[in-house]
Design a binder for this molecule. Structure first.
Ligand SMILES: [Zn+2]
Ligand SMILES: [Zn+2]
Length: 445
Protein backbone atom coordinates (compact mmCIF):
# COMPACT_ATOMS: atom_id res chain seq x y z
CA UNK A 1 0.00 0.00 0.00
CA UNK A 2 1.01 3.62 -0.44
CA UNK A 3 0.13 6.81 1.42
CA UNK A 4 0.51 10.35 0.16
CA UNK A 5 -0.28 13.24 2.53
CA UNK A 6 -1.81 16.08 0.48
CA UNK A 7 -2.34 18.13 3.64
CA UNK A 8 -2.59 17.85 7.42
CA UNK A 9 1.22 17.79 7.75
CA UNK A 10 2.77 20.12 10.37
CA UNK A 11 -0.53 21.97 10.61
CA UNK A 12 -3.86 21.67 12.39
CA UNK A 13 -6.25 20.99 9.54
CA UNK A 14 -6.12 20.83 5.77
CA UNK A 15 -6.47 17.05 6.13
CA UNK A 16 -6.23 15.13 2.84
CA UNK A 17 -4.64 11.68 2.62
CA UNK A 18 -4.45 9.53 -0.46
CA UNK A 19 -4.27 5.78 0.16
CA UNK A 20 -3.50 3.34 -2.64
CA UNK A 21 -3.89 -0.42 -2.61
CA UNK A 22 -3.32 -1.97 -6.05
CA UNK A 23 -5.65 0.01 -8.34
CA UNK A 24 -7.97 1.25 -5.57
CA UNK A 25 -7.33 4.85 -4.52
CA UNK A 26 -9.12 6.33 -1.52
CA UNK A 27 -9.00 9.97 -0.43
CA UNK A 28 -9.47 10.48 3.32
CA UNK A 29 -10.89 13.99 3.87
CA UNK A 30 -10.30 16.96 1.59
CA UNK A 31 -10.13 19.91 3.95
CA UNK A 32 -9.19 23.54 3.60
CA UNK A 33 -5.76 24.53 4.80
CA UNK A 34 -6.27 27.88 6.50
CA UNK A 35 -2.58 27.97 7.41
CA UNK A 36 -1.33 27.53 3.83
CA UNK A 37 -3.91 29.93 2.37
CA UNK A 38 -3.21 32.43 5.15
CA UNK A 39 0.51 32.47 4.27
CA UNK A 40 -0.29 34.08 0.91
CA UNK A 41 -3.80 35.51 1.13
CA UNK A 42 -5.91 37.59 3.52
CA UNK A 43 -8.97 39.86 3.23
CA UNK A 44 -9.00 41.42 -0.23
CA UNK A 45 -5.73 39.72 -1.24
CA UNK A 46 -7.39 36.69 -2.80
CA UNK A 47 -6.53 33.91 -5.24
CA UNK A 48 -7.79 34.79 -8.72
CA UNK A 49 -10.63 32.36 -9.24
CA UNK A 50 -10.88 33.44 -12.91
CA UNK A 51 -7.66 31.43 -13.27
CA UNK A 52 -9.36 28.28 -11.92
CA UNK A 53 -6.98 26.66 -9.44
CA UNK A 54 -3.72 27.87 -11.04
CA UNK A 55 -2.87 30.26 -8.18
CA UNK A 56 -3.38 27.49 -5.62
CA UNK A 57 -1.17 25.09 -7.61
CA UNK A 58 1.59 27.67 -8.08
CA UNK A 59 1.76 28.36 -4.33
CA UNK A 60 1.54 24.69 -3.32
CA UNK A 61 -1.81 25.19 -1.55
CA UNK A 62 -3.56 22.47 -3.60
CA UNK A 63 -2.02 19.37 -5.18
CA UNK A 64 -1.91 19.22 -8.98
CA UNK A 65 -3.21 15.74 -9.81
CA UNK A 66 -4.63 14.59 -13.14
CA UNK A 67 -8.39 14.14 -13.14
CA UNK A 68 -8.65 15.14 -9.47
CA UNK A 69 -10.75 18.27 -9.91
CA UNK A 70 -14.20 19.19 -11.15
CA UNK A 71 -14.68 19.54 -14.91
CA UNK A 72 -15.89 23.17 -14.56
CA UNK A 73 -12.46 24.30 -13.38
CA UNK A 74 -11.02 24.36 -16.89
CA UNK A 75 -8.32 21.81 -16.10
CA UNK A 76 -7.50 18.91 -18.39
CA UNK A 77 -10.37 16.49 -18.67
CA UNK A 78 -8.48 13.30 -17.84
CA UNK A 79 -10.48 10.68 -16.02
CA UNK A 80 -9.86 10.32 -12.31
CA UNK A 81 -8.37 7.22 -10.76
CA UNK A 82 -9.73 8.06 -7.29
CA UNK A 83 -12.23 5.39 -6.27
CA UNK A 84 -13.91 7.40 -3.49
CA UNK A 85 -13.47 10.13 -0.89
CA UNK A 86 -14.39 9.47 2.76
CA UNK A 87 -14.99 12.40 5.14
CA UNK A 88 -14.36 12.20 8.87
CA UNK A 89 -16.62 15.12 9.90
CA UNK A 90 -18.22 18.44 8.97
CA UNK A 91 -15.40 20.85 9.93
CA UNK A 92 -14.08 22.94 7.03
CA UNK A 93 -10.50 21.80 7.61
CA UNK A 94 -11.75 18.28 6.73
CA UNK A 95 -14.39 18.82 4.04
CA UNK A 96 -13.90 22.42 2.79
CA UNK A 97 -12.44 21.50 -0.63
CA UNK A 98 -14.89 18.76 -1.69
CA UNK A 99 -16.65 21.32 -3.90
CA UNK A 100 -13.54 21.27 -6.13
CA UNK A 101 -13.39 17.50 -6.55
CA UNK A 102 -14.13 15.72 -9.80
CA UNK A 103 -17.89 15.13 -9.70
CA UNK A 104 -17.37 11.48 -10.69
CA UNK A 105 -15.74 10.73 -7.32
CA UNK A 106 -18.33 9.47 -4.81
CA UNK A 107 -18.05 11.22 -1.43
CA UNK A 108 -18.98 9.20 1.65
CA UNK A 109 -19.92 10.91 4.92
CA UNK A 110 -21.98 10.25 8.05
CA UNK A 111 -25.71 11.05 7.84
CA UNK A 112 -25.35 13.83 10.41
CA UNK A 113 -22.26 15.29 8.72
CA UNK A 114 -24.29 15.57 5.51
CA UNK A 115 -27.10 17.43 7.33
CA UNK A 116 -24.59 19.87 8.85
CA UNK A 117 -22.78 20.49 5.55
CA UNK A 118 -26.17 21.01 3.86
CA UNK A 119 -27.11 23.62 6.49
CA UNK A 120 -23.75 25.40 5.99
CA UNK A 121 -24.40 25.42 2.25
CA UNK A 122 -27.97 26.72 2.66
CA UNK A 123 -27.05 29.55 5.04
CA UNK A 124 -23.60 30.72 3.87
CA UNK A 125 -22.25 32.48 0.82
CA UNK A 126 -21.67 30.03 -2.03
CA UNK A 127 -17.98 29.09 -2.17
CA UNK A 128 -15.90 28.99 -5.34
CA UNK A 129 -16.50 25.71 -7.19
CA UNK A 130 -19.57 23.48 -7.06
CA UNK A 131 -21.98 23.17 -4.14
CA UNK A 132 -20.66 20.89 -1.35
CA UNK A 133 -23.79 18.74 -1.53
CA UNK A 134 -25.03 18.50 -5.07
CA UNK A 135 -28.63 17.42 -5.66
CA UNK A 136 -29.16 14.69 -8.20
CA UNK A 137 -30.41 15.91 -11.57
CA UNK A 138 -31.82 13.86 -14.45
CA UNK A 139 -28.42 13.89 -16.15
CA UNK A 140 -26.04 13.66 -13.18
CA UNK A 141 -26.73 11.64 -10.04
CA UNK A 142 -25.52 13.13 -6.74
CA UNK A 143 -22.07 11.91 -5.75
CA UNK A 144 -22.84 12.05 -2.00
CA UNK A 145 -23.32 8.77 -0.12
CA UNK A 146 -24.08 8.54 3.57
CA UNK A 147 -23.46 5.94 6.25
CA UNK A 148 -23.94 5.17 9.92
CA UNK A 149 -21.76 3.16 12.28
CA UNK A 150 -22.07 -0.52 11.36
CA UNK A 151 -21.86 0.07 7.61
CA UNK A 152 -18.87 -1.53 5.85
CA UNK A 153 -17.77 -0.66 2.32
CA UNK A 154 -15.90 -2.97 -0.02
CA UNK A 155 -14.44 -0.81 -2.78
CA UNK A 156 -12.06 -2.51 -5.19
CA UNK A 157 -9.26 -4.05 -3.12
CA UNK A 158 -10.04 -2.09 0.06
CA UNK A 159 -12.50 -2.50 2.89
CA UNK A 160 -13.47 0.72 4.65
CA UNK A 161 -15.13 0.71 8.05
CA UNK A 162 -16.33 4.00 9.57
CA UNK A 163 -16.58 4.07 13.39
CA UNK A 164 -18.06 6.98 15.37
CA UNK A 165 -15.86 9.16 17.60
CA UNK A 166 -16.63 12.04 19.96
CA UNK A 167 -15.51 15.49 18.75
CA UNK A 168 -16.83 19.06 18.97
CA UNK A 169 -19.34 18.46 16.17
CA UNK A 170 -21.82 15.58 15.88
CA UNK A 171 -21.47 12.99 13.12
CA UNK A 172 -17.69 12.54 13.52
CA UNK A 173 -15.96 9.33 12.45
CA UNK A 174 -12.60 7.58 12.39
CA UNK A 175 -11.87 4.78 9.92
CA UNK A 176 -10.39 1.31 9.75
CA UNK A 177 -9.11 0.59 6.23
CA UNK A 178 -8.07 -2.87 5.16
CA UNK A 179 -5.96 -3.58 2.09
CA UNK A 180 -2.60 -5.35 2.06
CA UNK A 181 -2.13 -3.63 5.41
CA UNK A 182 -4.60 -2.42 8.03
CA UNK A 183 -4.64 1.31 8.56
CA UNK A 184 -6.54 3.26 11.20
CA UNK A 185 -7.37 6.95 10.67
CA UNK A 186 -8.32 8.83 13.86
CA UNK A 187 -10.06 11.86 12.30
CA UNK A 188 -10.43 14.41 15.14
CA UNK A 189 -11.33 12.94 18.52
CA UNK A 190 -11.41 13.40 22.29
CA UNK A 191 -12.08 11.48 25.49
CA UNK A 192 -13.46 14.29 27.66
CA UNK A 193 -16.79 15.19 25.96
CA UNK A 194 -20.39 14.19 26.83
CA UNK A 195 -20.09 11.24 24.44
CA UNK A 196 -16.67 9.82 25.31
CA UNK A 197 -18.27 6.38 24.89
CA UNK A 198 -18.19 6.92 21.10
CA UNK A 199 -14.40 7.39 21.11
CA UNK A 200 -14.04 4.37 23.41
CA UNK A 201 -15.95 2.24 20.84
CA UNK A 202 -13.57 3.47 18.14
CA UNK A 203 -10.47 2.66 20.21
CA UNK A 204 -11.77 -0.86 20.88
CA UNK A 205 -12.64 -1.57 17.22
CA UNK A 206 -9.31 -0.12 16.08
CA UNK A 207 -7.43 -2.30 18.56
CA UNK A 208 -9.37 -5.40 17.47
CA UNK A 209 -8.34 -4.78 13.86
CA UNK A 210 -4.64 -5.28 14.81
CA UNK A 211 -3.55 -2.27 12.79
CA UNK A 212 -0.19 -1.91 11.09
CA UNK A 213 -0.43 1.87 10.90
CA UNK A 214 -2.24 4.54 12.87
CA UNK A 215 -2.74 7.94 11.24
CA UNK A 216 -3.17 9.87 14.46
CA UNK A 217 -4.23 13.45 15.10
CA UNK A 218 -2.09 15.48 17.53
CA UNK A 219 -3.76 18.88 17.86
CA UNK A 220 -3.21 19.01 21.62
CA UNK A 221 -0.02 16.94 21.82
CA UNK A 222 1.56 19.81 23.77
CA UNK A 223 -1.39 20.25 26.19
CA UNK A 224 -0.95 17.96 29.16
CA UNK A 225 -4.61 18.17 30.22
CA UNK A 226 -7.82 20.01 29.30
CA UNK A 227 -11.10 21.03 30.94
CA UNK A 228 -14.03 18.71 30.34
CA UNK A 229 -17.52 19.65 29.13
CA UNK A 230 -19.12 18.98 32.54
CA UNK A 231 -16.81 21.54 34.16
CA UNK A 232 -17.56 24.03 31.36
CA UNK A 233 -21.29 23.69 31.93
CA UNK A 234 -20.88 24.20 35.69
CA UNK A 235 -18.74 27.31 35.19
CA UNK A 236 -21.23 28.76 32.68
CA UNK A 237 -24.07 28.15 35.12
CA UNK A 238 -22.19 29.86 38.00
CA UNK A 239 -21.41 32.86 35.79
CA UNK A 240 -25.05 33.21 34.75
CA UNK A 241 -26.16 32.93 38.39
CA UNK A 242 -23.78 35.72 39.45
CA UNK A 243 -24.71 38.11 36.60
CA UNK A 244 -27.48 40.61 37.31
CA UNK A 245 -28.01 41.82 33.76
CA UNK A 246 -27.43 40.35 30.30
CA UNK A 247 -25.19 37.33 29.69
CA UNK A 248 -23.72 37.42 26.18
CA UNK A 249 -22.47 34.06 24.92
CA UNK A 250 -19.91 33.48 22.18
CA UNK A 251 -19.80 29.78 21.30
CA UNK A 252 -19.46 27.83 18.06
CA UNK A 253 -22.99 27.26 16.78
CA UNK A 254 -22.20 23.85 15.30
CA UNK A 255 -20.68 22.59 18.55
CA UNK A 256 -23.91 20.98 19.68
CA UNK A 257 -22.40 19.80 22.99
CA UNK A 258 -21.46 23.38 23.88
CA UNK A 259 -24.90 24.58 22.79
CA UNK A 260 -26.42 21.95 25.11
CA UNK A 261 -24.17 23.13 27.98
CA UNK A 262 -25.37 26.70 27.46
CA UNK A 263 -28.98 25.55 27.13
CA UNK A 264 -28.87 23.54 30.38
CA UNK A 265 -27.07 26.32 32.29
CA UNK A 266 -29.59 28.86 30.96
CA UNK A 267 -32.54 26.69 31.97
CA UNK A 268 -31.09 26.01 35.45
CA UNK A 269 -31.02 29.75 36.01
CA UNK A 270 -34.56 30.31 34.74
CA UNK A 271 -33.37 32.34 31.75
CA UNK A 272 -33.98 32.08 28.00
CA UNK A 273 -31.25 31.36 25.43
CA UNK A 274 -31.52 33.68 22.42
CA UNK A 275 -29.99 31.97 19.40
CA UNK A 276 -29.40 33.36 15.91
CA UNK A 277 -31.19 32.29 12.74
CA UNK A 278 -28.25 30.19 11.50
CA UNK A 279 -28.31 28.06 14.64
CA UNK A 280 -32.11 27.82 14.53
CA UNK A 281 -31.88 26.56 10.94
CA UNK A 282 -29.30 23.92 11.91
CA UNK A 283 -31.28 22.78 14.97
CA UNK A 284 -34.41 22.35 12.88
CA UNK A 285 -32.47 20.18 10.43
CA UNK A 286 -30.91 18.04 13.17
CA UNK A 287 -34.13 17.74 15.17
CA UNK A 288 -35.18 14.43 13.62
CA UNK A 289 -31.83 12.70 14.09
CA UNK A 290 -32.61 9.79 16.41
CA UNK A 291 -29.03 9.63 17.74
CA UNK A 292 -28.83 13.24 18.84
CA UNK A 293 -30.53 14.47 21.95
CA UNK A 294 -31.00 18.09 20.92
CA UNK A 295 -33.28 20.63 22.62
CA UNK A 296 -36.05 21.69 20.26
CA UNK A 297 -35.93 25.11 18.67
CA UNK A 298 -39.48 25.59 20.04
CA UNK A 299 -38.41 24.77 23.64
CA UNK A 300 -39.73 27.41 26.10
CA UNK A 301 -36.15 28.22 27.17
CA UNK A 302 -35.00 28.92 23.59
CA UNK A 303 -35.90 31.96 21.51
CA UNK A 304 -34.71 33.05 18.09
CA UNK A 305 -33.30 36.57 17.77
CA UNK A 306 -34.31 38.54 14.68
CA UNK A 307 -31.45 40.91 13.84
CA UNK A 308 -32.09 44.54 12.89
CA UNK A 309 -31.74 44.18 9.14
CA UNK A 310 -33.80 45.53 6.29
CA UNK A 311 -33.34 42.50 4.06
CA UNK A 312 -33.44 38.86 5.09
CA UNK A 313 -32.43 35.74 3.20
CA UNK A 314 -35.14 33.43 1.87
CA UNK A 315 -34.18 30.68 4.33
CA UNK A 316 -34.56 33.22 7.18
CA UNK A 317 -37.98 34.38 5.99
CA UNK A 318 -39.16 30.76 5.92
CA UNK A 319 -37.98 30.34 9.53
CA UNK A 320 -39.82 33.50 10.59
CA UNK A 321 -43.10 31.99 9.41
CA UNK A 322 -42.68 29.05 11.77
CA UNK A 323 -40.95 30.42 14.87
CA UNK A 324 -41.58 32.85 17.67
CA UNK A 325 -39.03 35.63 17.36
CA UNK A 326 -37.50 38.19 19.66
CA UNK A 327 -36.29 41.59 18.48
CA UNK A 328 -33.91 44.10 19.96
CA UNK A 329 -36.30 45.91 22.30
CA UNK A 330 -38.66 43.16 23.36
CA UNK A 331 -36.65 41.00 25.74
CA UNK A 332 -35.63 41.41 29.34
CA UNK A 333 -31.84 41.56 29.62
CA UNK A 334 -31.83 40.19 33.17
CA UNK A 335 -33.51 36.92 32.08
CA UNK A 336 -31.69 36.33 28.78
CA UNK A 337 -28.51 34.65 27.57
CA UNK A 338 -27.81 36.19 24.19
CA UNK A 339 -25.69 34.30 21.63
CA UNK A 340 -23.39 36.77 19.89
CA UNK A 341 -20.32 35.55 18.07
CA UNK A 342 -17.53 37.64 16.55
CA UNK A 343 -19.37 38.40 13.29
CA UNK A 344 -22.51 39.58 15.08
CA UNK A 345 -20.78 41.97 17.51
CA UNK A 346 -22.55 44.99 15.89
CA UNK A 347 -25.80 43.55 17.37
CA UNK A 348 -24.54 44.96 20.68
CA UNK A 349 -25.15 48.46 19.27
CA UNK A 350 -28.85 47.61 18.92
CA UNK A 351 -29.15 45.79 22.23
CA UNK A 352 -27.08 48.19 24.37
CA UNK A 353 -26.12 45.80 27.17
CA UNK A 354 -26.75 47.35 30.58
CA UNK A 355 -24.10 47.87 33.28
CA UNK A 356 -23.07 44.61 35.04
CA UNK A 357 -23.55 42.47 31.93
CA UNK A 358 -21.11 39.61 31.19
CA UNK A 359 -19.46 38.41 27.97
CA UNK A 360 -18.90 34.67 28.13
CA UNK A 361 -16.29 33.61 25.59
CA UNK A 362 -16.45 29.87 24.98
CA UNK A 363 -13.56 29.20 22.59
CA UNK A 364 -9.87 28.37 23.00
CA UNK A 365 -7.15 31.01 22.80
CA UNK A 366 -6.31 32.34 19.31
CA UNK A 367 -3.61 30.22 17.65
CA UNK A 368 -2.35 32.61 14.95
CA UNK A 369 -1.74 36.32 14.37
CA UNK A 370 -5.04 36.82 12.48
CA UNK A 371 -6.88 35.19 15.37
CA UNK A 372 -5.11 37.46 17.87
CA UNK A 373 -6.08 40.56 15.88
CA UNK A 374 -9.74 39.46 15.84
CA UNK A 375 -9.55 38.64 19.54
CA UNK A 376 -8.25 42.16 20.23
CA UNK A 377 -11.12 43.62 18.16
CA UNK A 378 -13.62 41.62 20.22
CA UNK A 379 -12.01 42.95 23.42
CA UNK A 380 -12.53 46.52 22.13
CA UNK A 381 -16.28 45.83 21.95
CA UNK A 382 -16.24 44.28 25.41
CA UNK A 383 -14.41 47.29 26.86
CA UNK A 384 -16.65 49.74 25.02
CA UNK A 385 -19.73 48.27 26.72
CA UNK A 386 -17.87 47.73 29.99
CA UNK A 387 -18.70 44.01 30.04
CA UNK A 388 -17.23 41.54 32.47
CA UNK A 389 -15.15 39.01 30.45
CA UNK A 390 -15.14 35.28 31.24
CA UNK A 391 -13.68 32.39 29.23
CA UNK A 392 -14.67 28.72 29.60
CA UNK A 393 -13.84 26.11 27.00
CA UNK A 394 -13.19 22.40 26.61
CA UNK A 395 -11.25 21.45 23.50
CA UNK A 396 -12.65 19.27 20.73
CA UNK A 397 -9.37 17.37 20.80
CA UNK A 398 -7.86 14.87 23.23
CA UNK A 399 -5.19 16.13 25.65
CA UNK A 400 -1.60 14.84 25.52
CA UNK A 401 -2.43 12.41 28.34
CA UNK A 402 -5.41 10.99 26.41
CA UNK A 403 -3.59 10.92 23.05
CA UNK A 404 -0.86 8.72 24.55
CA UNK A 405 -3.51 6.53 26.16
CA UNK A 406 -5.38 6.13 22.85
CA UNK A 407 -2.22 5.26 20.86
CA UNK A 408 -1.04 2.72 23.46
CA UNK A 409 -4.46 1.11 23.62
CA UNK A 410 -4.81 0.77 19.82
CA UNK A 411 -1.23 -0.55 19.67
CA UNK A 412 -0.32 -0.17 15.99
CA UNK A 413 3.12 -1.14 14.64
CA UNK A 414 3.70 2.42 13.43
CA UNK A 415 2.23 5.84 14.23
CA UNK A 416 2.06 8.58 11.58
CA UNK A 417 1.19 11.85 13.36
CA UNK A 418 -1.02 14.31 11.46
CA UNK A 419 -3.16 17.41 12.19
CA UNK A 420 -0.53 18.83 14.56
CA UNK A 421 1.87 21.77 14.77
CA UNK A 422 4.33 19.61 16.72
CA UNK A 423 4.03 16.04 15.40
CA UNK A 424 7.64 15.33 16.46
CA UNK A 425 6.56 15.38 20.14
CA UNK A 426 5.06 11.91 19.58
CA UNK A 427 8.61 10.55 19.17
CA UNK A 428 9.45 11.37 22.79
CA UNK A 429 6.08 10.47 24.27
CA UNK A 430 5.41 6.94 22.99
CA UNK A 431 7.46 3.73 22.68
CA UNK A 432 5.80 2.73 19.38
CA UNK A 433 7.83 3.75 16.27
CA UNK A 434 6.80 7.09 14.76
CA UNK A 435 7.10 8.19 11.12
CA UNK A 436 6.91 11.95 10.48
CA UNK A 437 5.25 12.40 7.07
CA UNK A 438 6.27 14.97 4.47
CA UNK A 439 3.67 16.72 2.34
CA UNK A 440 3.26 15.29 -1.20
CA UNK A 441 5.82 12.47 -0.56
CA UNK A 442 4.86 8.86 -1.18
CA UNK A 443 5.17 6.58 1.84
CA UNK A 444 5.40 2.86 1.08
CA UNK A 445 3.53 1.06 3.82
ZN1 LIG B 1 -9.57 19.23 12.30
ZN1 LIG C 1 -12.62 18.89 13.67
Amino acid sequence: MELKCLGGVNEIGGNAFLLKNADTHILLDFGKSFKQEGRFFSGFLKARTSKGLQDFFELGILPEIDGFYSSDLRLNKKDTNITACFLSHAHLDHFGNINLLNEKIPIFMGETAKTIIQSIQDTSRVPFGRPFIRDATDEVPSNVRTFRTGDVFQLGTMEIIPIHVDHSIPGSYGYIIKGNKTIVYSGDLRLHGWRKDLTKDFIQEAKNSNPDILLMEGTNINEVSTMDEIQVREDISKTIASTKELVIANYSLRDIDRFRSFYLATKENGRKLLINTKQAYLLKMLQDDPNLDIPSVTDPHIQVYKRSKTKFYKWEEQLFEELHLVEKNNFDQSTAVFHCDFWNLPDLIDIKPKQHSTYLYSHGDPFDIEGELDFNRMMEWINHYNLKFKQYHASGHASQYDLIKIVNKIEPDLVIPIHSEQPELYEDLIEIPVLLPKKYHNIHL
